[in-house]
Design a protein around this ligand. Structure first.
Ligand SMILES: O=P(O)(O)OC[C@@]1(O)O[C@H](CO)[C@@H](O)[C@@H]1O
Length: 392
């Protein structure tokens, strides 16, 4: 990022701002939702009470001595942030910390009977089984007769707009699903993306997934199409090693999504079989790297992950949180060049994202002015606008 001037890191300390609202309102709502999702016992309820008090009014505390990842979190920031209010540390950090602590409270890391039980699984499964998902899968039959390029473009847009399906966002954005999306993208480098995914058929696509369910399904459809039509030879799907940001995809969610496809009617089942075969023969592999749940920007990624991305023909980074981590969670002027803030990334990278936080780069001054004139600041966080940005 050498030539790019820096910008202030986003904190959650200003009442009335979006980040403050996430800490003060969204996190308590998530705790309420989790309490209702399972018949947890008194120990879990007590731990959730304590977490609620701590995350809304207390200070960051180091993980207990026996925690399996105490050292990792110490290196990621608990050593520096212990004793400080959750509102006064980088917002990116306090949000990740919340999910790590929530999983502790419900016994996810065990030992004990709740070990490995995803507190968000009921809402993820409800969405995957919903009539809306049925409709999206049925629409694949209409696409079946179209030329491969047209299908590829439709599937790319399906994957992009699938990012609206974010259960954490919907929890605090009333009516988010019903608010119409604005189809014109605020930035669109998709032609560059298609140039990178040429017709050689040997390249590797890294796809850094975001939400499960109605985002992961179109992500997988896109991967299946690119493999089947020789646009890539391999794909690596990066998922989360543990439940995160309510609906972020884990390995279990990938399995659920592939099974949903194989069990469907029509064209969807063919995509499902293609994915199953690709997983079986190694053309599609899964990674659940610990850094995928790190409270840090990708500029600080470890060497093994850097090597993964460096080996890819293209890395596609999905969603709002990954965008914040890719460009840095800062109040960038929206006209800050995307290429500048991503120049540390070890290979070509594309961001596919609907806008759900204040962070944005790579807009023209005219686009920014038009959005501000029409909507004030709302376009940044409402999830109604989207972008495709590519740095080659
Ligand atoms: O990464 P995703 O699923 O697209 O969005 C995650 C999100 O809902 O959570 C964050 C606030 O908690 C924001 O970055 C964004 O609004």
């Amino acid at each position: 990022m050498s030539d790019t001037p820096t910008a202030p890191v986003i904190l959650g300390d200003q009442p009335g701002t979006f980040p403050h609202g996430v800490l003060a309102e969204r996190h308590p709502a998530i705790i309420r939702q989790v309490r209702e999702a399972f018949p947890y016992g008194p120990a879990q309820h007590r731990a959730l009470d304590a977490l609620l008090a701590e995350c809304t009014g207390g200070a960051v505390e180091p993980l207990p001595a026996g925690a399996h990842d105490r050292e990792r979190w110490a290196a990621w920031g608990t050593d520096s942030y212990a004793g400080r209010s959750w509102y006064d540390v980088p917002w990116l950090w306090s949000e990740s910390w919340f999910y790590r602590r929530l999983l502790d409270a419900v016994g996810y890391f065990g030992p004990g009977p709740w070990q490995g039980i995803d507190p968000f699984r009921p809402s993820k499964l409800a969405e995957l089984g919903s009539p809306a998902t049925d409709e999206e899968l049925a629409a694949l039959d209409d696409l079946a007769g179209r030329p491969a390029d047209e299908r590829a473009r439709a599937l790319l847009h399906g994957s992009l707009w699938g990012n609206r399906a974010d259960l954490g966002f919907r929890l605090s954005a009333e009516g988010a699903e019903r608010t119409a999306a604005v189809p014109a993208l605020v930035a669109d480098d998709s032609e560059r993306l298609w140039t990178l995914l040429g017709a050689s058929g040997t390249g590797t696509l890294c796809l850094v997934a975001d939400n499960a369910g109605r985002e992961l399904v179109p992500d997988l459809l896109l991967v299946a199409h690119l493999l089947a039509h020789g646009r890539i030879g391999r794909a690596v799907l990066h998922v989360k090693p543990y439940p995160y940001y309510v609906s972020d995809a884990t390995t279990a969610d990938v399995v659920d999504a592939v099974r949903r496809l194989t069990g469907a009617q029509g064209a969807a089942a063919g995509y499902g079989r293609g994915l199953w075969d690709a997983l079986s023969d190694g053309r599609l592999t899964l990674r659940a790297h610990p850094f995928s749940c790190a409270p840090l920007p990708y500029a600080e990624m470890p060497d093994d992950l850097r090597a993964d991305f460096a080996a890819a023909t293209l890395t596609v980074v999905k969603g709002d949180l990954n965008y914040r981590r890719l460009v840095g969670d800062r109040y960038w002027p929206p006209t800050t060049p995307f290429a500048g803030v991503t120049d540390y990334f070890p290979g070509p990278v594309a961001a596919l994202r609907t806008l759900k936080s204040d962070v944005v780069t790579g807009l023209t001054a005219a686009t920014e002015a038009a959005l501000d004139a029409a909507e004030g600041r709302r376009w940044r966080t409402a999830g109604t606008h989207a972008l495709i940005q590519v740095r080659t």
